[in-house]
Unconditional design. Sequence first.
Length: 326
Amino acid sequence: MAHEHDTEDLCEAGAELYARVLREGTLPAEDARELPCLIDAGLLQPSLDDPGRLVPVPPAVALHRLLRLSGERVAAERRREERLAAAFQPLMRAGAPSAQETLTPSLRVLSGTERINSALTEALAEGSKELLCMQPHGNSSARARAAQADAMVRDQMFLDRGGRIRVLYPHTQRHIPLVAARWEQLDGDAEARTLDEVAGRLIVVDGAVAYIPGEGGGEHGIALEIRQPAIITYLVDVFDRFWRLATPMHPRAVQPPSLGGVTARQRAVARLLVEGHTDAVIADRLGMNIRTARVHIAKLAATLGSGSRAQLGYLIGRSGILDPAE
């Protein structure tokens, strides 16, 4: 059965289902298939414990977000604000959230690539100061190229408003054509640096909103939108610590130094080798494919004169290439 109405309006069927989920606490995602307005309006969201089920957003929190969005349209949305307030009044009594629930840090679960990209676009459109990114992996698929084209438009508009962009990559991304093309085309205060290894994906806009990945991937991936100041301050501090340790890539490229014929990338591989990781784990941690990881391991073995993997670990430790003083 189709429900034709604006996203912010709450139809009778939607109100009944939302009230039911408030009482029961959870709902199979397929039960809301006929009422996508509940998810689009932010009344239901995927459960962190089970993405196949939906949980209700507290009515007071959901109402606040919808009113904030409608307020941006000012006069044209005034009547809609009144309808929302009237619709939510009985629901807030039904849900009866505790004082602690209303003080819960702002956290929104975004499900699927389309909703994640829409939230990022909205956050960047509101931002004008600084965009921080950690990008652990990249690829050159057609979908990745299309996504980068959209991202570059958003980034350039952000730069044009006087914003600053800082991005951290693993060293392996330095020579990927798609990454290089991005930095050749951006015009403004944009910098990139690289590290042996970057933590998970992170995006922070103006120190006000952050995005980190949740469980899952692809079209059905999960991202968390965070607007809690203490958490965002912590994430920005982590980024800045990584930034100070990183090697400049753009606008002034600096190559990580080699020591004793061993490159920075090979030292990163060596560090993970002596920790006992498999080739597959090393490749994933350093953002390279497994064949490239094995090439670096073979070069390390040749440089240090190793005849076996066990001997290679011993020779790495004895060589001093992982000595912090170096």
